[in-house]
Design a protein around this ligand. Structure first.
Ligand code: ATP
Length: 134
């Protein structure tokens, strides 16, 4: 059976490089499922969990947005931040979630702070979900 080499890369270095049977991502345009032989594609990703399937098992990686590049035998994800479940510090994500929720509840906060707090909340929630799948 054909496989795909999947690389997840951040400014801090590689997070994952492995072969999988299928990759599922949440792009800004919707869910994408990628099998070996897929046509070349570039797509922006949302803050979400990348799902990587191999022989009936699923691995998860938390990505904070970024870009997906698909070639027939290779999937590359470039993200500002990405973590494997075992690398996620749950206490830190809980604290980030709480800080973001407090900011979102401040009625006098400016629009820009609101947008930043919403993104921070999404990153924290995504990390907590991925950490729970490890
Ligand atoms: P925080 O407020 O806790 O810093 P953040 O969402 O602002 O969270 P990012 O700017 O997305 O953090 O990430 C900065 C760096 O810290 C990245 O390398 C990211 O992988 C890492 N990181 C952030 N949160 C966690 C976490 N809960 N566990 C492990 N690594 C994390």
């Amino acid at each position: 059976m054909k496989t795909l080499t999947v690389s997840v890369v951040t400014p801090d270095g590689p997070v994952l490089e492995e072969s999988y049977d299928m990759v599922s991502v949440r792009a800004e345009g919707g869910e994408l499922g990628i099998l070996p032989g897929h046509i070349p594609l570039v797509a922006p990703l949302t803050i979400s969990a990348v799902r990587l399937k191999k022989q009936g098992n699923t691995d998860y990686v938390a990505v904070s947005g970024g870009f997906l590049e698909v070639r027939p035998d290779k999937v590359t994800i470039l993200a500002q931040a990405a973590e494997n479940p075992s690398d996620i510090d749950v206490d830190r994500a809980e604290a980030a979630k709480q800080r973001a929720e407090e900011r979102l509840n401040e009625t006098k906060s400016e629009e820009i702070d609101f947008t930043r707090a919403k993104s921070a909340l999404q990153r924290a929630t995504n990390r907590l979900e991925v950490a729970n799948n490890k």
